[in-house]
Design a protein around this ligand. Structure first.
Ligand code: SAM
Length: 347
């Protein structure tokens, strides 16, 4: 990742814009090699505190910092950022910098950690680098992917039942399988969806529902084989993107982050089926996430399927029905009592 030169430039430019030589105090969380902290020192920061949770990485960062004669400028702390307190810092920092993104933007809990530091240790005007992030998803047609995930016939033999093994529930990471979407032919068949919109200077956990409906518009006729997930981190005009069309000549970035993919099941059959899409039409998906937004999952909902609103209506109707039932039970009990009383009176 240190050989992802556009990534290094992205951070260097952003640090350069905000560091006033001799004045600025910088906190880095997730320092790894120490590169971003050393950039801040090179740019003249007054002091830098670099926090790193792994003892091995911490040792490496210290060695790199020593090799570059920044020991007096950069203090490296081996701890998880949630244990950092004001007593570890010369004062509240002017800049918080971090690069703790995963294949999914929040896959390594960047929002949890940054929000924690923001709420406990930053000033209202501390600059957070990078400030914005968007997790995108887009439907793609990709016969190459399909060729390793589905089977139909061979030599007149029907093999389609093997497709019942097709995993259309999991979001998988390309780098784990050793390939990059930037070297695989595919076409985008939908508009990109902004799944998570994060302002690291303001967004708080709980900002998005754990389950929500997405209406995805097709921009091409085709088969939606998979949902492709990529992200962009942005600050002013500086952008760092994991979209495969942005990483064509960036092998290190694809091997560090790559993209995520979830195969699509087009129907409610026992065996996953293709989702054919037509340009201009909308397709309903339910996006589910874990409560920290570290995990994402997409489920296609065919046109006749029940919507989340329908489910809410059904639930409300059941509750109302239960209320009615209770009311009728009370009426019946009251009527029975009156009956008994009447009977007594008759005697
Ligand atoms: C992608 S690497 C960082 C790379 C480094 N900033 C650089 O540019 O070379 C992420 C590092 O952050 C550390 N890390 C992640 N979350 C952390 C946290 N909340 N507190 C401390 N360290 C953390 C991991 O141990 C890992 O070494």
């Amino acid at each position: 990742m240190m050989n992802d030169l556009p990534r290094n430039r992205f951070y260097y430019e952003l640090l350069k814009r905000s560091i006033v030589p001799g004045e600025t105090g910088v906190l880095e969380i997730g320092a790894g090699s120490g590169l971003l902290s050393m950039m801040a020192a090179q740019l003249g920061a007054q002091w830098v505190v670099a926090v790193e949770g792994s003892p091995e990485m911490c040792r490496l960062a210290q060695e790199n910092i020593k090799a570059n004669n920044f020991e007096t400028k950069i203090k490296v702390l081996n701890m998880i950022s949630t244990d950092l307190t004001l007593k570890h810092l010369p004062r509240r920092p002017d800049i918080l910098v971090s690069e703790i993104f995963g294949t999914l933007l929040l896959g390594e809990s960047a929002l949890d950690y940054i929000q924690d530091i923001r709420e406990r240790l930053l000033k209202p005007d501390t600059k957070i680098i990078p400030q914005l992030g968007v997790q995108y998803a887009v439907l793609i047609e990709c016969p190459t992917l399909e060729s390793i995930c589905s089977v139909d016939t061979w030599n007149g033999l029907n093999l389609s039942h093997v497709n019942s093994l097709k995993d259309t529930a999991s979001c998988v990471f390309t780098k784990k399988y050793g390939f990059r979407m930037s070297s695989v032919p595919f076409k985008r068949v939908s508009e990109p969806i902004r799944v998570l919109d994060i302002d690291f200077a303001a967004t708080k956990q709980g900002f998005a529902p754990l389950e929500r409906e997405l209406h995805v518009k097709a921009i091409e006729d085709g088969v939606a084989h998979a949902m492709l997930l990529y992200w962009e981190a942005r600050d002013g005009d500086e952008v760092m993107s994991t979209a495969p069309w942005d990483t064509l000549d960036n092998f290190p970035r694809d091997m560090q982050w790559g993209q995520a993919l979830q195969l699509i099941d087009g129907g409610h059959h026992s065996i996953p089926s293709d989702l054919h899409v037509r340009r201009g039409e909308e397709y309903r998906f339910v996006c589910c996430t874990s409560d920290d937004h570290v995990i994402l999952q997409f489920n296609y909902e065919p046109r006749d399927a029940t919507t989340i609103e329908d489910l809410d209506d059904i639930e409300a109707a059941i509750e109302e029905g239960e209320g009615d039932e209770e009311e009728s039970r009370q009426h019946a009990a009251a009527a029975a009592t009156t009956d008994e009383v009447n009977k007594e009176d008759d005697k």
